[in-house]
Each structure stands twice: as structure tokens, then as C-alpha cells.
Design a protein around this ligand. Structure first.
Ligand SMILES: Nc1ncnc2c1ncn2[C@@H]1O[C@H](COP(=O)(O)OP(=O)(O)OP(=O)(O)O)[C@@H](O)[C@H]1O
Ligand SMILES: [Mg+2]
Length: 389
């Protein structure tokens, strides 16, 4: 069928034509937004799960919902080599610039002044102009250089400004496991203070399955956060990830074609999108048949091997690839790092740096101490398909 009208969207963070199976999380977020507007604070949301399950897409939907309600919203991705201070500062500029206007309320003016000082704390050469003279305004002081002090001041002033505007403040952090321990501790402390002191502020963190443990280690009251494990799409609705986008383009799926793709995908969103895309392209249409689906899955697997898996495999050094091979024996769920070391004929301690580097690259994670697992579903089988170097 016409590739121009292909409605499937494999790719990191790409919005699917039909976002299915996430109603509970979306409803909880929508409720929290309305509660915050009425002065009822909720604990931070934490979305965690494997690569390609749809965390970023869900977090972006959280953002859209907050933006629709005219909230002040910043969405950032940790781990790009920039500090939390800089990422948040830059992400807040645009929403603040949009709010800034002559006759702005006292709290908004104060928040803008504080934001200027925050900007100065990490960027001495650049400055912001909101088109207002803020020289005589209250506020400022978010430039002590102590992250805890500066960020708390900024987010509190912003929350008060949001309240004055009749909205709230939403801070969304993707790949949160990549924040430094200091940054995590700081943001947890502030998020907790926000919930306790009833600021109209909501926080959401997304990241790998190790995120709940990392948060708990950073700060004990992170136990009170609202954790949602993002997984494969529920059996009852998974078919809709294929059928709704097709119907929107005047095409249909045969039931057995859907069943085949669903089964082969393991109900993982990324794989559904990839198989859906390939199947669409090979099908003559307007009805997608089982034999189309068979060819689509074959081609989809090629695409996954050359893209989704390959990109991650190539990120590992030869020594790291050896480690991953030894891990792959146990399947995606991995196993004890001591056994992996034994397989490689090495002492576990000597492999510590390799393991740490693979964790930093987001390829593996530690579900518990002494255990390592793949963050990417299907990675172990992919490695099995690679010819030994
Ligand atoms: N609920 C959903 N329904 C249908 N497709 C989805 C859904 N969620 C995500 N997808 C699709 O799955 C793919 C992966 O989504 P996303 O990038 O959000 O995953 P992720 O969990 O953030 O992965 P990573 O850990 O690699 O960042 C995208 O192609 C997206 O379109
Ligand atoms: Mg993501």
C-alpha cells in the first residue's frame, strides 16, 4: 500500500497514530492535573520499563495534557552531557517567555526575575529578555551555585506564578536514571517538598527498570512516589495499535494477520510499529492478509536487526560485546554477574568497569545487586545471531 500513507511509527519517542493501553496512567495524570489546580498536591509519577515500551511517548502525552491546560511545562531528557540545572533552565525559557507580558501579576514578575538569576548561574555570557524591565522587581537569588537552593527557589517561585495564573507547573524528566546522584537527590527533595507544601506542581520521571531502586537509594521518601511499570500492551487492546491507524487510512487487517503480528511482537510497542510499518508496505491492500503479515514480520526483523538492535550493539566496545555475549546465554533476563565473569574466565571485580560502562550506555541494568539484565527486549536473541568477531 502507499508508503506515503503508512501510519506506523517505529522510532524513539515517535508519537503513535493510536496510543493504546495507557488509559490508567493517563487518567491518573489527568486527575493529578485537576487536583493540583484545586490546591491538592500529588506525589511524583515514575514511569519505568524496558527500551521501546513507550515511556517517552507516554511522558510526552503527559506534557501535551498539561500544555492543553495552559500549565507551565518543562520536559527534558537527562544523560546528554548537560547538567540538570542547564536542561531545566533552557526548557523553562519558552513557556516563561510566552507568559511574560506587560501587566503581568506580581508573582509572575518575581518568578521571571528568579529565572533570570537561575540562567546566570550556569550561563554567564547569555541572558534572557522577556521584553519586560525586571530590574526593580522582587525575586532573583537562584544563583548561589548550590543546586538544591537554586532549583528550589526557582521551582517554588514558578509554582506561585502558576497559581497566580490559575494553572500549575509540570516538570517531566526522561531517562532519569542518567541524572547524577546529587541531581536525583535534589529533585526528589524538591518534589517531596512540593507535595508536602501543596505547591501546584507535578513531577514525572521516566526511565529504565532500575529507576525505582536508584530513586530509593537517592532519597528514602521516594518510596511514596507513584510508580507505574510500563510494559507490553495489554492483550485486550493490543490489536488496536494495528487496526486503528489502518482504519484511519481506509485500510483493514484480517484477524489472522493481526494475530500473527501481535504474537511475533510479544506485544512490545516498538516491534508492533516496526512490523506494522513493513506489513503495510508489502500489502496490496486495502485488506491486509496473513501472508502480508508474514512478509512484514520477516522484513521487520531485518529492520530491527539493522537498526534498533544494531545501533545498540555498535555502541559497545569489543570487550563490552564479549561481556554481552556471555550475558546473552541467560536470555534477556540476564543473570548473576559472578557467573558471567566465570564464563569469561575472569574475576568479577576485574569486569566491574565493563559492567559499569554498559550500564552507563543504557544497554544493561541491575534489577538487583549482583544481577545484570538487558534493557532491550530481544537483545539476547539478536546477539545469538551475530557471528563471533
Ligand atoms: N501505547 C502505545 N501504543 C502504540 N505504540 C506505542 C505506544 N507507546 C509507544 N509506542 C511506539 O513504540 C515505540 C517506542 O516508544 P518510546 O520511544 O516512547 O519507548 P521508550 O520506552 O521511551 O524507549 P527507550 O527506553 O528506548 O527510550 C515508538 O515507535 C512509539 O511510536
Ligand atoms: Mg524513551
Amino acid at each position: 500500500m502507499d508508503p506515503v500513507r503508512n501510519p506506523y511509527s517505529p522510532g524513539a519517542g515517535r508519537k503513535p497514530a493510536a496510543l493504546v493501553g495507557r488509559d490508567d496512567a493517563l487518567k491518573a495524570w489527568a486527575t493529578a492535573l485537576q487536583r493540583a489546580e484545586r490546591g491538592r498536591a500529588d506525589q511524583p509519577f515514575v514511569l519505568y520499563g524496558l527500551r521501546g515500551v513507550g515511556k517517552t511517548v507516554l511522558l510526552s502525552e503527559f506534557r501535551r495534557n498539561a500544555v492543553k491546560r495552559n500549565w507551565i511545562v518543562a520536559q527534558i531528557e537527562a544523560g546528554s552531557g548537560k547538567t540538570l540545572r542547564e536542561l531545566l533552565g533552557e526548557a523553562l525559557y519558552e513557556p516563561l517567555a510566552e507568559l511574560a507580558r506587560p501587566g503581568a501579576g506580581k508573582r509572575l514578575v518575581r518568578a521571571l526575575r528568579t529565572a533570570l538569576s537561575f540562567k546566570a548561574s550556569y550561563d554567564t555570557s547569555g541572558t534572557w529578555t522577556f521584553g519586560l524591565d525586571l530590574s526593580g522587581a522582587e525575586g532573583g537569588g537562584a544563583d548561589t551555585g548550590i543546586l538544591d537552593t537554586d532549583l528550589k527557589k526557582l521551582l517554588r517561585d514558578l509554582s506561585e506564578a502558576a497559581e497566580e495564573e490559575g494553572v500549575g507547573l509540570a516538570i517531566l524528566i526522561d531517562e532519569a536514571q542518567d541524572l547524577t546522584v546529587d541531581e536525583l537527590t535534589t529533585i526528589c527533595t524538591i518534589a517531596h517538598a512540593a507535595a508536602q507544601d501543596e505547591w501546584p506542581a507535578l513531577f514525572a520521571f521516566a526511565g529504565l527498570p532500575s529507576l525505582p531502586r536508584i530513586l530509593a537509594e537517592a532519597k528514602s521518601y521516594a518510596e511514596r512516589f507513584q510508580y507505574s511499570k510500563i510494559q507490553q500492551i495489554d492483550e485486550n487492546v493490543v490489536a488496536e495499535a494495528l487496526t486503528i491507524p489502518a482504519a484511519q487510512e481506509d485500510a483493514q487487517w484480517d484477524d489472522d494477520a493481526v494475530a500473527l503480528v501481535v504474537a511475533k511482537s510479544g506485544r512490545y510497542p516498538y516491534f508492533l510499529q516496526q512490523y506494522g510499518q513493513e506489513t503495510w508496505n508489502v500489502a496490496a491492500g486495502p485488506v491486509i492478509t496473513e501472508s502480508d503479515a508474514e512478509r512484514g514480520v520477516l522484513q521487520g526483523n531485518n529492520q530491527l536487526d539493522n537498526g534498533f538492535f544494531r545501533a545498540r550493539w555498535d555502541r559497545a566496545t569489543p570487550a563490552e560485546q564479549q561481556y554481552l555475549r556471555a550475558m546473552a546465554v541467560d536470555g534477556d533476563a540476564g543473570g548473576p554477574s559472578s557467573e558471567i565473569a566465570a564464563r569469561l574466565g575472569k574475576k568479577p571485580q576485574s569486569l566491574g568497569p565493563t559492567r559499569a560502562s554498559l550500564i552507563a550506555k543504557g544497554l544493561i541494568y541491575a534489577p538487583e545487586h549482583g544481577i545484570v539484565a538487558f534493557t532491550v527486549p530481544g537483545m539476547a536473541a539478536f546477539i545469538g545471531r551475530q557471528i563471533d568477531a
